[in-house]
Structures are given as C-alpha cells and as structure tokens.
Design a protein. Structure first.
Length: 558
C-alpha cells in the first residue's frame, strides 16, 4: 500500500506521467460519446476485466455473458464480427487485479480462461474496456462497510482504470454494476455491494467512463421471475449467475453502451424463453413469505404472504384464499385479484410448517403448498482470531457463551464475550434466497452479517421430544469457498467438534440422543474467510419419523 499512498501524495510519479494527458482528455471524450452506440456496429474489440463471473462468461459455453453479447451483436448487425476477450480471474477484487495488471507488464500469465494471455491482451489496443469487479471485495470480504474502507476501494478502482487505460488505449470504458451476492437484495452483503455500486458514478466521472447497469438488470430479472415461481433464481450458488443472470448482465452492459437494439434482442429471444420455462405449460401461482419483525421472547411470529397469479383471465380476476395450520390466524380471509397480500400469524413449531394457497378464476383451479421452516435463534459478529493458517484452535477460543451452554444456564443473556461486546440474538428463518436454501437445517450467516474475516456465529433451537430416542445428527456446508470449524452441543454436551469443511464424505453423520421432554441444540460456527454457512439437522434412525418433535427459539420455563 506504500506505493499507492505515494501515488496519491505525489500525483505525478513516473508511472502516472505517461498517461496524464489521456486522463485529462477522458472525461471530454466520454461526454462526446455518451448515449452513442459504442460497439462499432458489432465490430468492436472488447476486453472484459473481472472475476470468476467474467471467467464464466466464456467458460459457460453458450450461456456466459460474453456469448450473450456476441449473439446479440451478430443478430443486430448480421455482417459483424465481434471480438470479445474475457479476462476473468476467480477470487479477484480491485486490489488483486491491480497486482495482476502490474505483473502482466513483465511476464505472461493466464486467469480462468485457457489460452488467453493477460500480458498479450493488455499490450494490444482495444476499442472498449469493460470492468466488472467488486463481488469478491464484498464476499471475502476485502472491504468493510466503513466510509474509509469504501473511499480506499474507490481510489484503488480509479488507479486500476488508469493503469488499464494506459495499456489498452480504449475509446470507451464501461464500469459494470456488481451483481447480487445472495438473492435477498436487503441482505448485509447486498447492502455492501450497493454501497460499492453507488461509488461507480463518481469513479466514472473521474476517469471518463460509462456506468453499465448490469447488476440492476439482474435484480430486475430476479424480481420479475419471483412473480412467476417462488424458487426462481438468477444465480447457481447465490454468487455466480445462471443463464438468466448472464442474460441480465449482457442486457445491462449493452444498454449502458448504447446498444438498445441488441439489448432488446436478448430480452425478446433469450429472456422470453426464461419466462416461459419459469411458468411452465400451464398458468401458475407464485408466492413470497416474509417474516415480519417480532419479539424474540415470544414464539408467535407474523408473516407477510404475497401471491401472484400468472396470466389471469382479464374478465374474471381470481379469488384466492390462504389456509394456515391449526391455531394460526390469517387476514384477510380471501382476496380477489391477480396479486395480493395476506398476513399469517402463528407459532412455527414444526420442522416444516405448511400453509396452502388456493383459488379459482373461470375454469382454472390452482392450489399450492407453502412451507415455512422452523426458525433458528442466532447471533453473529463475534471475531475470533485463533486460527493458525487453516487450523482453528478451539481450546483458545472458549467464550462465556460456550461456558453457559455447557453449564446449562442462559447463554443468550448479557454475557461479555470480550471488550464489552454482548451478542445480539435474533430469530432467523432459512430462505430460498441464501446458501442452503430453505432447508430447516441451514444457517447462512450472510443473512445477518457481512461476515468479516474470523467472524463466528451461534445458532440454537429448543426441541421437545415425546420420548427419549436415538437420532442422527447430519452436518454439512454448501459453501464453495471458505473454511468452517463447527462445534455442536446437545443438552450441554459436545457431540461434534471439528473442521466441517475438511470432512469427507459430507454430510457428516454423528449418532446422538434426545431426552424425553425438552432438549437444546446449539452450534457455534467459526468462519475464517469467504462464505459462512452450515447445516445442522436431525434425522431419524430406522423405524422412527421424528414427527412428534416440536421446535422453539425460546428456552422453556423451568
């Protein structure tokens, strides 16, 4: 970082001097180019700079956004020959890509796409440079949500753009907004990504670039898709886009580069097929269940249940009603219209709580079941640095919370876990928007935190069993990057302690016992970096079903 701060202080170092005039002219050139198609009737040489998503733009044959761009341009300009080169590197962020660029000045090297040399590519002129970076800065995270950290990220972005401009001499530069991490757009990581995206207009103004609404289009597709089916996704793993997501990236890039006709072709020819596939052969009903704020001291939870009736008959709007489990309340009793909103209130004490949406219009009858998984009581934001490379030193990371769990006392109270920090506990429901989806066993801590490096979190459930029984504890993690050390207690006794991400095979199955009456299941997940998600579930032994188990997020009264 010393060199970077020298650049900021001195301003006219030997490195920057070589393209000072280009910096001065860039905003003027950008103003002259604004609103004009940038891709030279489809014949532009385009260099894409990014992370693994840009790697997938070519490595996902026929699906990645480089292919989508290419197909749209050829369809719009039949005689064209687009030249699109993708420099995508897994795990890359702004700072690390700056190092890639510096290293490529002296020696060749490849990123994710075989046969594409970074040095050779950057040493040749390109008509258009497109940069899409920031996902890994939020995912690792390399950047916090503090203003100083965002300021530094912005300055580093400017430095990278100027270095790439000096190499490629592009006529047009586009800065693409980052796509979502998780499919809950209000999640902490997506709020961090939004903060990064909010910096792009100022960066673009500084360097004379265009902002490309790639992330915005992906979000738009996600929202529209959820009105067609409740499990519609724009990612494969809540980070890397699927086909719908890559189409969205390409549409946003084309739109930002002034190629509205090509963007329209993608919507008509590619996105329309996604919508048709989402709906299926027959008109369908979609829904979204959202837990509303509630006191963690009560088991009663209020949910907002929205529905969308696809392709309703114009002359006869559907009448829809929601049925909830016994003891629950639903308001209103029924609704008329292609979309609407119910409120369902009750105690979600089963592992899967089933509600039913049904309705009719003309001769169409539709009936679907909604499942609400049992919640976890969770807490996060505990930083524990007791890692020796990839080995977690659990014996050096014992907290008063751990001690209370093993003593059978209240572990959710005002316990100082260090430097005056008291953990905030909250109820959380597994969701289709996060890693692990809505499996009741899953807890993705990015739902409640940006999961800083070395951050740990807890999850707890109180489980009532009608009898003493043997059970199987099934432990897993669906992350594709990261290291997780997991500790699991049942009734204060450790039943598993180990590096979950190193277990093979997974899920890891551990025999355990429940006592008659009330039991408490608690886990502690120590995350080193990158993703932070675990699955802690109970499975029956042969001859059992666990159907009588009831779940709570508050300790039973003694």
């Amino acid at each position: 970082m010393k060199t970077y701060h020298q650049l900021l202080t001195v301003g006219l170092t030997a490195y920057l001097f070589s393209f000072t005039s280009a910096k001065a002219e860039a905003p003027v050139q950008a103003a002259q180019e604004a609103g004009k198609p940038a891709l030279q009737a489809g014949n532009a040489k385009i260099v894409l700079v990014g992370d693994s998503i840009t790697g997938h733009s070519r490595n996902l044959t026929g699906v990645g956004y480089a292919y989508q761009l290419e197909d749209a341009l050829k369809a719009t300009y039949p005689e064209s020959s687009p030249n699109i080169i993708a420099l995508g590197g897994g795990g890359q962020g702004i700072a690390s890509w700056t190092n890639v660029e510096k290293q490529s000045r002296e020696k060749p090297g490849q990123l994710d796409i075989k046969g594409i040399d970074v040095k050779q590519t950057l040493d040749q002129h390109a008509d258009v440079l497109v940069i899409m970076l920031g996902m890994n800065d939020a995912l690792a995270p390399h950047v916090s949500d503090e203003p100083k950290a965002l300021d530094l990220w912005q300055s580093q972005y400017v430095q990278l753009v100027e270095a790439l401009r000096a190499r490629l001499s592009p006529r047009v530069i586009g800065l693409a907004r980052v796509t979502p991490a998780s499919e809950d757009l209000t999640s902490p990581k997506n709020k961090l990504i939004a903060a990064l995206n909010e910096r792009l207009p100022e960066i673009a103004k500084t360097v004379g670039a265009r902002v490309l609404p790639a992330g915005d289009t992906v979000q738009e597709i996600l929202k529209s898709g959820r009105e067609l089916r409740p499990d519609f996704h724009v990612t494969m793993d809540f980070v890397h886009p699927n086909e719908a997501g890559h189409i969205g990236i390409a549409i946003g890039m084309l739109k930002g580069l002034g190629e509205d006709k090509a963007a329209g072709w993608l919507r008509k020819e590619r996105l329309s097929k996604i919508w048709k596939s989402a709906v299926g052969d027959k008109p369908s009903i979609s829904w979204e269940v959202t837990p509303l704020p509630a006191a963690s001291s009560s088991e009663v939870q209020e949910f907002r249940v929205r529905y969308w009736w696809a392709n309703p008959a114009a002359n006869n709007p559907p009448r829809v009603q929601l049925t909830a489990p016994q003891g629950w309340k639903v308001s209103p009793q029924s609704l008329t219209g292609p979309s609407g909103e119910f409120t369902a209130t009750g105690a979600p004490d089963q592992i899967q709580n089933i509600l039913t949406l049904e309705g009719s219009a003309n001769d169409e009858q539709r009936k679907v079941q909604l499942t609400i998984p049992a919640p976890w009581l969770v807490a996060a934001k505990l930083i524990q640095r007791q890692w020796a490379n990839l080995d977690f030193q659990a014996d050096k990371a014992v907290t008063p919370v751990d001690q209370a769990i093993e003593a059978g006392t209240d572990f959710t109270g005002s316990l100082d876990v260090g430097q005056g920090q008291v953990l905030a506990w909250q109820r959380h429901f597994p969701s289709v928007n996060f890693t692990g989806k809505d499996d009741p066993a899953s807890m993705d801590f990015t739902a409640i935190s940006i999961t800083n490096t070395f951050e740990a979190g807890y999850g707890a459930r109180w489980i009532h069993s009608d009898r003493a029984r043997d059970v199987l504890l099934k432990l897993d993690s669906k992350i594709f990057a990261g290291n997780m050390f997991l500790t699991v207690w049942i009734n204060g006794a450790v039943v598993y302690r180990g590096m979950l991400t190193a277990e093979s095979p997974r899920p890891k199955v551990v025999p355990a016992k429940l006592q008659q009456g009330n039991n408490v299941l608690v886990f502690k997940a120590n995350h080193r970096d990158w993703q932070s998600q675990v699955m802690v579930g109970l499975a029956p032994v042969e001859g059992d079903s666990l159907a009588d188990l009831r779940y709570a997020t508050t300790a039973p009264r003694r």
